[in-house]
Write a protein that binds this ligand. Structure first.
Ligand code: APR
Length: 307
């Protein structure tokens, strides 16, 4: 049974812990620096397990990082969420301090693990985790593309009145306003999206996706989305724990792929037990390629501010 550690027992971390146990993906170590928080949430989840039938998998909630030893994967959700009116980049300074301190603990206690970053601004935090851990680039990756793609699928499905499963699409680029929906590869029940919806409707759906997270932040008033972010992270955990080789969008280290070097940004990857097995290069239109480069340039600028 794999051990999966989750750092940050807030909304995303605790929801992910619950889903991981419910899916029987492994045993969970849930860590938070607030005394009692992780322990309390772990107790609650175990008691839910007695009802839901996942009581055989264990969860330990603690503030002691030495418990993460032997973890196969460590997910970082520690950090501040957005407040209404904030962009993900506004979280840069505070969350880079938090992620740096967390990564130090991971490198000490779980040096053989794979780090999966969820904390925002995602692509910058993932690069920071890579630099501070000194892990191999395939062992550090970030969750965002699965979430953004799910949001796009949801909005297209609503517009076309078909189940989301009939939408095939992918979002590349950074997890922010510069995300790059690959419309040239998007189909609805097998038909190209551009033949199903008008240009204006496609633009509207893209805009809704871009502001999908912000819309939830403004409705919640405190905190940001967590069910869909946790569900998206679970999908990536599933691929790595079961070594499925699935093709999913993720923030991954680029070393020349897509014409980009020494940067983390959302691209299609194959995921397995060693993390990123391969960055897959799909054909993009010139406009999509240009948008991907623009997105990477934004994050390069932010990296300069913190490193
Ligand atoms: N070590 C451990 N835990 C920490 C640390 C730290 N150094 N710093 C903060 N935390 C914990 C907080 O105590 C809190 O319980 O991280 C948790 C974050 O939880 P929430 O505030 O509920 O935030 P959440 O909605 O889970 O979002 C976490 O994921 O999607 C992103 O933008 C989001 O960056 C944010 C992150």
């Amino acid at each position: 049974m794999s051990t999966i550690s989750i750092i940050g027992a807030g909304q995303v971390g605790a929801t992910l812990a619950f889903l991981t146990l419910e899916r029987k993906l492994g045993n969970v170590i849930l860590i938070d620096y607030v005394e009692g928080l992780a322990k309390g949430k772990a107790l609650d989840i175990m008691q839910a397990g007695a009802l839901a039938g996942f009581e055989k998998n264990s969860i330990v909630g603690t503030d002691d990082y030495s418990e993460i030893k032997n973890s196969k994967i460590v997910v970082i959700t520690a950090g501040l969420p957005r407040k209404p009116g904030m962009s993900r980049l506004d979280l840069l300074k505070k969350n880079s301090e938090i992620v740096s301190s967390v990564v130090k603990e991971i490198a000490t206690y779980a040096p053989e693990s794979i780090i999966l970053v969820v904390t925002n601004p995602l692509d910058v935090m993932t690069y920071l985790a890579y630099k501070k851990s000194n892990f191999k680039p395939n062992c550090v990756l970030g969750q965002a593309g699965v979430l953004d793609t799910a949001r796009l699928k949801y909005f297209i499905a609503q517009e076309c009145k078909v189940p989301p499963q009939e939408i095939s699409t992918i979002i590349l680029g950074g997890h922010g306003n510069s995300m790059v929906p690959i419309i040239s590869k998007t189909t609805v029940s097998g038909k190209p999206l551009v033949e199903v919806l008008s240009r204006e409707t496609i633009e509207r759906v893209i805009e809704k996706t871009r502001s999908g997270g912000a819309e939830i932040v403004s409705l919640l008033k405190t905190g940001s989305a967590y069910y869909a972010p946790a569900g998206a992270t679970l999908m990536m955990l599933d691929a790595m724990v079961k070594d499925t080789n699935s093709l999913l969008p993720a923030s991954a280290y680029l070393n020349g792929e897509y014409g980009l070097k020494d940067i983390y940004v959302g691209v299609p990857v194959r995921l397995g037990k060693k993390g990123v097995r391969e960055v897959v290069e799909i054909s993009l239109t010139d406009k999509e390629k240009e948008a991907l480069h623009k997105s990477a340039a934004i994050y390069r600028q932010s990296i300069k501010e913190i490193l």
